[in-house]
Design a protein around this ligand. Structure first.
Ligand SMILES: [Cu+2]
Length: 219
């Protein structure tokens, strides 16, 4: 499956939007390039033909501005339910696994609530650098922030990309559908070490997750 592997509950929705945009832009691409090639031949240099200056055509310009405008607006309306589901209608924190994730040049630091069930307290369970574990088939909410500069939390197989911003905590949610180890990358050029700002997400059964968490708490 490679880059197309999808282990997110809302991944198929994102993929179908990508496909739609690819079809729309693909058709436009071939139309525009076709017209360009036609004009290259039609208006090529020929002996006895003088070049003519033209300022343009207001009507044509209005048409080729308004049509893409309507298409963009249509796409914006069409994708709204996916946007709402992914970015706005998050699951309730009480029914989700909640963790915090802080990005800092050039590492990812995750922490889980300790026995008090609260994040940001003394008993938080820190995960090793660049390691995140989550249980499969359960909603997960990551409270994402950055300690220094802009970073971006990108998990290709989950179809998630969210900027991490210093001073702001942004909740990111997903539900992974397949156990495995997946790549997390920083998708915002954040400095010289940006290329190596990479972490791994382990999706595992609830039992394995709890065992791992207990092991981390005992460190
Ligand atoms: Cu980064």
């Amino acid at each position: 499956m490679g880059v197309f592997e999808n282990v997110s509950t809302y991944g198929a929705q994102v993929d179908s939007l990508y496909l739609l945009v690819l079809i729309v832009t693909g058709v436009a691409f071939f139309l525009v390039e076709g017209v360009l090639i036609y004009f290259l031949i039609r208006y090529r240099h020929r002996e006895g033909h003088r070049a003519m200056y033209t300022h343009g055509n207001r009507r044509v310009e209005i048409v080729w501005t308004v049509i893409p405008g309507f298409m963009l607006f249509g796409l914006a309306v069409y994708q709204y339910s996916a946007w709402t589901q992914i970015k706005i209608d998050r699951p309730n924190e009480a029914e989700a696994v909640v963790l915090s994730l802080e990005a800092e040049q050039f590492e990812w630091y995750a922490a889980y609530p300790g026995s008090d069930g609260e994040l940001g307290t003394d008993d938080d369970i820190g995960s090793p650098v660049n390691v995140i574990h989550v249980p499969v088939n359960q909603p997960v909410i990551i409270r994402l922030t950055a300690r220094d500069v802009l970073h971006s939390f990108f998990v290709p197989v989950l179809r998630i990309k969210q900027d991490a911003i210093p001073g702001t905590t942004i909740p990111v949610w997903f539900e992974a559908t397949q156990p495995g180890e997946y790549e997390i990358v920083c998708a915002e050029l954040c400095g010289l070490g940006h290329y190596r700002m990479r972490a791994f997400l382990t999706v595992e059964s609830e039992t394995e997750f709890q065992a791992w968490l207990a092991e981390m708490a005992a460190r």
